[in-house]
Design a protein around this ligand. Sequence first.
Ligand code: TPP
Ligand code: SF4
Ligand code: MG
Length: 289
Amino acid sequence: MPARSAKPVQPIWCPGCGDFGVLAAVKRAAANLKIPTHELVLVGGIGCSGSIHNFLEINGIHALHGRLLAQAVGVKLANPALTVVAAGGDGDGYAIGMGHFVHAFKKNASILYLVMNNETYGLTKGQASPTSQIGFEGNVEPPFHAILTALSVPAPNFIARTFSGDPKAMTAILEEALRFNREGRGFAFVEDLSPCVTYNDTYKLWREKVVDVQTLPGYDPTDRRKMFGLCLDQIDQGRLPVGVLHRPADTEREGLEVKLLGERPGPARSAIDVGSNRAQYEKLLAALA
Ligand SMILES: Cc1ncc(C[n+]2csc(CCOP(=O)(O)OP(=O)(O)O)c2C)c(N)n1
Ligand code: SF4
Ligand SMILES: [Mg+2]
C-alpha cells in the first residue's frame, strides 16, 4: 500500500496573520526539495503558530507546551530518514520551552526548529511574552533575543532569521536549512518575525527596522563571534537583523543521529522479531543474571 499522510484543513488563523507567510514558505521549500509528504514530519507547539501542521499534507504531532523539541528529536532518532520540523511560537519556545531550546543547539540533531516570533502569546489573547518590548501590556522587562543565544552556543548549527513580509527570502532560507538537515549536518534554527495582526500588529514597524545582514560590512556567516557582534550592534541600534547568521564552514555530518546510529536505520525501521534478535537478547539476559 502506498504511504499516505494526513489531509490538511483550512487555517484557523486571523486574516493577515504572519503565520500564513510561513505556511506558504514551508510548502514551497518542501516542494522545491521534492520531499515526499509522507517523509516530512512536523511537530507543532502550543499556540496559534503550533497548529501549522494541521494545514499541511504531512505527518504531524501536536506536542505538549514547550516540549516540541524533545518530541522532534525523538522522531529523528527513531527514523533518521525522515525530515523533521519543530514549529511553534516565542512563548512556547522561549518561556516554558527555554531549557529545551538551549540544549537543542548542543545536542545538534538534524531537525529544523522554526519559531514564529510575534512578541506575544497570540492564542491566549495577547499577553506579554519573553520577546515583548518594554511597555507592551505593562511589560517592564527587556526583550529576549533568541538569535544572540543561538549564536553564543559553540556548535556547528545553521542559524537564520526571516520576516513574514518577505516570503521569497524565507523560502530560500528554509530550503537551505532543510538541505542542511537532510545532509545530516545538524540542528537548524530559523526564527521568523511573524506579526500577530490582532494583538501586536508590527508589520509596518518591522518593515522599517529589518536589515539584511548580507549588506553589512564584515558579514561572514562562518564566523560566529563576528556575527554575534554584528547582530548585537544592530539590535542596540533598534534594527532587526535578518538572513543567514551562521553556516558552518565544514560540511561534516555532525548530526546527533549520525553520531549515535551511524548508517543504521534507527529503531523504527529495524527488525524487532525475536528470531533475528535472539542472540543479543540472550546476551542481555545473561548480563543481568
Ligand atoms: C502547560 C501550559 N501552560 C500554559 C498554557 C496556556 N497557553 C496556551 S498557548 C500559550 C502561549 C502561546 O504563545 P506563543 O507560543 O508565542 O504562540 P502564538 O499563539 O503567539 O503563536 C500559553 C501560555 C498551556 N496551554 N499549557
Ligand atoms: S491571534 Fe495573532 S497569532 Fe493568532 S492567528 Fe490571530 S493574528 Fe495570528
Ligand atoms: Mg507568540
